[in-house]
Design a protein around this ligand. Structure first.
Ligand code: ADP
Ligand code: MG
Length: 509
């Protein structure tokens, strides 16, 4: 080999070494970054941990807070609101009723025909409209004008413009799923907004009147005969189908629960008399809080950035409005530590861009190459060509978020059962008797909401956790039953079972 050739070879070798060095250096750096990402995941997993022991502490905390909320006004973060619904539908209800259901994401209009026998809903027509986003922060006038306009179109289509819609008066049940201090079964005052709604002029005002006025303005001969929230509607439908139904829970945009309580247990309202001896209590459990809840920095930051900080803490860990957003916050943190989601992540930094239905779709992606995850990353978050390990990582984060939510939701349900002595432990007031000598009654919990009905991983985790907390033997006596459109149909049922009787039945001292 000549001198020149030796020099060329040496230079080439040095260049190859340098290139190899760069590659190795890059690999080492990338491995380090990946290590940091995995550490974030591990910390997050640990922060969200819900072993059954912790869930049982949450169960106890729910039952204790329920007592406190019933004992005095403001005694707990659980408001435990009276609903004035004291007799649940018996099945004898008959006739045609309308219902309007203002949820957090959707507005539903329906007509329900009742046949006069248990479980004899002859027909129910439902139309669902997304609530236009600008109405969440507009004025009460705009919101109720929208509601009344949509309803008017529905009635006109439904009754084919016949004189019936203008002639015979119809009763209507209004499902308004925000905290309301009821003054009768058909009236109540808005206490605060949740789920992203902020219409200040309505807080402290009579909700039923707003609707009644808006309907009258449209020339509709309809009476608002019931004002309920979604949980109460769902309990009503549950009870209509199955008299063992004792509670109802909602997992939709928001989350809440109600249950049937004995009036003598509602200590803050001593002397409360109802013909049935009971009353449905709206827990407003979205606002539940306990130091046993596993809270992470992501929850703290989400809360601080929300329009209602320090409020609805349970809801912010559980409900459909927030789950996708928690996931987004975790992956933003990961992308700050590494470039696994690409150097530019403008979409990823947009709050609430990862909506919970999208999160569910990628979480439930069963394809071998996680094609749906790749599609969401590319089309929604603008992260193209994510390698398999990044796709799996995202699925993992979704799993942690949903599992925690579902398990806490299960603990909430068992907390209610405990309060009313249906968890096999003998209740919290009567001490612990052994499970063997506690006669278990069958208990049905009605469930409604898009998160539970559409997100099977959430539903499965929740159902499994109820069994895990209660134990298999006791859990045999507890059934969770989905009530499709329960919140709306139930409002029609409450309207039907409370015909023009605001003042009857319930006596407030
Ligand atoms: P609303 O809360 O308006 O009464 P729904 O009960 O239908 O309405 O719940 C809608 C919410 O449920 C959505 O905002 C979303 O958070 C959640 N959701 C709907 N579909 C899915 C889905 N496929 N997977 C997960 N969550 C879903
Ligand atoms: Mg709803």
């Amino acid at each position: 080999m000549g001198r020149a050739a030796v020099i060329v070879a040496a230079v080439a070798a040095a260049a190859a070494c340098a290139a190899a060095g760069v590659v190795v250096g890059r690999r080492v750096r990338s491995r380090r970054k990946w290590g940091r990402v995995l550490r974030i995941l591990k910390e997050f997993e640990e922060g969200c941990d819900t072993p059954v022991g912790r869930l049982k502490q949450v169960v106890d905390a729910v039952a204790v807070e329920m007592h406190a909320g019933l004992a005095s006004e403001g005694g707990s973060k659980l408001r435990m609101l009276l609903t004035f619904v004291d007799n649940l539908p018996s099945g004898k209800e008959k006739g045609t009723y309308y219902a309007l259901d203002l949820g957090g994401t959707y507005f539903r209009v329906m007509r329900v025909q009742l046949g006069g026998q248990r479980s004899s809903i002859l027909a129910h027509d439902v139309e669902r409209y997304p609530i236009p986003e600008h109405l969440l922060t507009s004025s009460s006038e705009d919101l109720f004008d929208f509601i009344a306009s949509v309803f008017k179109q529905f009635v006109e289509r439904d009754e084919n413009g016949s004189e019936r819609s203008l002639g015979k008066r119809r009763d209507l049940g209004f499902t308004f799923s925000f905290p309301v201090k009821q003054t009768s079964v058909s009236s109540g005052i808005l206490m605060k907004w949740t789920k992203g709604f902020v219409i200040e002029d309505m807080v402290g005002k009579e909700v039923g009147e707003y609707l009644q006025e808006a309907l009258m303005k449209k020339g509709l001969n309809v009476r608002v005969a019931a004002l309920v929230n979604d949980t109460v509607g769902t309990l009503a439908l549950g009870h209509y189908h199955d008299a063992d139904t004792v509670a109802a829970v909602i997992f939709g945009t928001g989350t809440n629960a109600c249950y049937l309580e004995r009036t003598d247990a509602i200590i803050k309202c001593q002397g409360l008399l109802t013909t049935s001896g009971g009353m449905v209590v709206n827990m407003e459990w979205g606002n539940f809080w306990s130091s046993h809840l596993p809270r992470t920095t992501y929850d703290v930051e989400l809360d601080a950035d929300s329009p209602n900080p320090n409020d609805q803490g349970f809801e912010k860990m559980i409900s459909g409005m927030y789950l996708g957003e928690i996931v987004r916050r975790v992956i933003v943190r990961m992308s700050l530590e590494s470039d696994i989601f690409g150097a530019v992540f403008s979409k990823l930094s947009t709050p609430f861009i990862l909506r919970t239905p999208i999160m569910a779709a990628l979480h439930e992606d069963n394809s071998p190459d996680l094609a749906e995850v790749a599609r969401v990353l590319k089309d929604i978050l603008e992260v193209p060509d994510a390698p398999m390990k990044v796709r799996k990582l995202l699925v993992n984060v979704c799993d942690v978020v949903t599992r925690r939510a579902a398990r806490l939701a299960a603990a909430g349900i068992v907390g209610i059962l405990k309060k009313i002595g249906r968890d096999g432990s003998g209740g919290i007031t009567s001490g612990r008797s052994s499970r063997a000598d506690t006669k278990m009654r069958r208990s049905v919990v009605a469930v409604e909401g898009g998160l539970y009905t559409n997100y099977s991983m959430f539903r499965n985790y929740l159902n499994e956790s109820v069994v895990e907390i209660l134990g298999e033997e006791v859990a045999q006596h507890v059934t969770l039953k989905v009530m499709d459109d329960g919140s709306g149909i139930g409002a029609a049922l409450v309207a039907a079972s409370n015909p023009s009787r605001d003042a009857d039945g319930v006596q407030i001292p």
